[in-house]
Design a protein around this ligand. Structure first.
Ligand code: ZN
Length: 139
């Protein structure tokens, strides 16, 4: 069995953003030379997500509105987590809802997606460098 590991780095200038990382994961798959197997893609930070959905700007605006309704950033005093001196209590909750990782089947050397599926990095506490882990195993 072959095994491939790579860290992708992101520095999102805004507090929150969704970044399509499908092409970066595709490049990892090419580098791995794995034709049949599984690809795990996970955020390595507890205030960021990796998820699969449609690459559609209206949907991304809907996520932003929905997540802010669920866990508004301000006022930051509403979160006990922020008593530690941080201001990212909302970002931990948003990450929980949007998920830590995705697993994609590899078939014939391709990411075996359903229709319209794309991989996104969800940033909820940006303005610093953060990592996504790509681990691919197979033959
Ligand atoms: Zn925190």
């Amino acid at each position: 069995m072959k095994s491939f590991r790579k860290e992708l780095w992101f520095e999102v200038p805004t507090r929150r953003a969704f970044v399509n990382i499908t092409d970066e994961v595709d490049i990892c798959l090419e580098e791995s030379e794995i034709k049949e197997g599984l690809a795990l893609v996970n955020a390595m930070h507890i205030t960021a997500s990796v998820f699969i959905n449609d690459n559609e700007s209206g949907l991304h605006a809907d996520y932003e509105k929905w997540l802010e309704a669920l866990a508004p950033h301000a006022p930051i005093t509403q979160y006990k987590h922020n008593l530690t001196g941080e201001d990212n209590g909302d970002a931990h909750l948003k990450r929980q809802v949007m998920g830590r990782e995705v697993v994609v089947a590899i078939t014939n050397g391709r990411l075996d997606f359903g229709p319209w599926e794309q991989i996104f990095y969800g940033e909820f506490d940006g303005g610093r460098k953060k990592r996504v882990l790509v681990k691919i195993i197979g033959e």
